[in-house]
Design a protein around this ligand. Structure first.
Ligand code: CA
Length: 224
């Protein structure tokens, strides 16, 4: 049962920025360089995991062991370098319009991301000026357990000082939806990638939409 909504928690890649195709292509390329097979679409199934977790998964299923810290560092560094070859990802269509609308309603807006890239704060500040205060950005550096663990969204509830039934999450990835639902939060999935809607519904998404425009238009009927 939702009460009056006071805070909205946004995932970043694939929700605020159209960055997932570049992430998926760079993971696919770098995995191959290191002797692993990570098909493009599988990156979307694993989206939201930390780099560490993705690399360990590849090592486990290919060589039956955990990755060493050195291997994790080398592969993650290569992936970041590959990703940086792509042009900077544009804002997701409809993102700014939605954020402004929700800000005008007096809602506290947060970013909850598994990303830990150093340029994160700057990117959010430049793209969405005046929307996300620095203390309202929760990244992989703030949590012990990344998505799909509920910790990132539980931390967002804590920082916002709201109960789970006073918040809404906007996610695009199955594991992100799992994390948000495990934290007990009403979750809108915006399916901006190649996966079927069922992949998001199966993790407990309360509603699945195709675009942020739809969410903006339907906000009142969805959230009340
Ligand atoms: Ca995402």
């Amino acid at each position: 049962m939702m009460k009056n909504i006071r805070a909205v928690f946004f995932d970043m890649d694939g929700v605020l920025f159209d960055s997932m195709p570049a992430h998926a292509k760079s993971w696919e390329t770098v995995a191959k360089q290191f002797g692993f097979d990570l098909p493009y679409e599988e990156v979307f199934m694993n989206e939201g995991r930390t780099g560490f977790s993705t690399i360990n998964m590849l090592m486990q299923r290919t060589h039956g062991r955990d990755a060493t810290q050195q291997e994790i560092d080398d592969i993650y560094e290569a992936k970041c370098q590959e990703f940086n070859k792509y042009p900077e990802a544009p804002q997701m269509p409809g993102a700014m319009e939605l954020l402004i609308k929700l800000q005008r309603k007096g809602l506290a807006l947060y970013v909850v991301t598994g990303s830990g890239q150093p340029s994160l704060l700057e990117r959010l500040r430049l793209n969405f000026p005046g929307i996300f205060r620095p203390e309202r950005i929760i990244s992989s550096k703030d949590v012990k357990h990344g998505k799909p663990h509920p910790e990132p969204y539980l931390m967002a509830l804590d920082r916002a000082g709201v109960e789970a039934n006073e918040a809404v999450v906007v996610e695009n990835a199955p594991l992100g939806v799992r994390s948000a639902r495990a934290a007990g939060i009403f979750t809108v999935a915006v399916n901006t990638g190649p996966l079927p809607n069922i992949a998001l519904e199966a993790e407990g998404a309360n509603i699945v939409l195709a675009t942020l425009h739809e969410l903006c238009e339907q906000w009142e009927s969805i959230v009340g």
